[in-house]
Design a protein around this ligand. Sequence first.
Ligand SMILES: [Mg+2]
Length: 216
Amino acid sequence: MLIIFDLDDTLIDTSGCVTPFKMKECVKALTHMGVQLPSVAYEELMQLNAGSSKSKDALSSFARSYGATHDQIDRVLDLLTSSLPDDFIVQMTPKAKEILEFYRSSHHLALVTGGHPPFQREKLKKAGVDSSIFSMISIPEDSVKKPSYEMLQEKFSLPPSEIWVCGDRIEMDLKPGFELGFNTIHMRWGRGASMPSQPWIKHSVSCLPELKEIIR
Ligand SMILES: [Mg+2]
């Protein structure tokens, strides 16, 4: 059996730990660039982010609404995926590390995560995850995961019924898995927590230890 995990808001608590830090940095940077922001800029940005599907979209529309130029917006967007401080610790979701350890000897584990590859790897490292636990790590920059899923299926020559995909984003993580006939598990965390479920989603969990009841 193969279990494919997503990273952000599935294995690591991105929305609770990385996003707030990054958004604070972006507010500081915009102020530095001379963009006039209100004293509640951070709170406003976080609220906007909660209602957006991507941090990038929230940040650029926030900056634009306060008159930031295209160049200033580009510079602040770059900060979202720039290196974290050396001593920054990325928190995992509850017991995520234990779950990876639990399955590593009995299942193939893979990580498919969308985003800027160096930043995705950095978060994994700062979360203290030994990347050798995964038989394959794929980081499609455009967040289109289906080709990575197909590659994994081919690599392990498994029938779709023996492949599990676990992620917080329904469209991005689960839909392509469902289309390939994989078993889908919705991790209700971060943005995924408030997403209405879909009838085709096989299982839904609010933390990874619940997987033990699903994948035996
Ligand atoms: Mg995610």
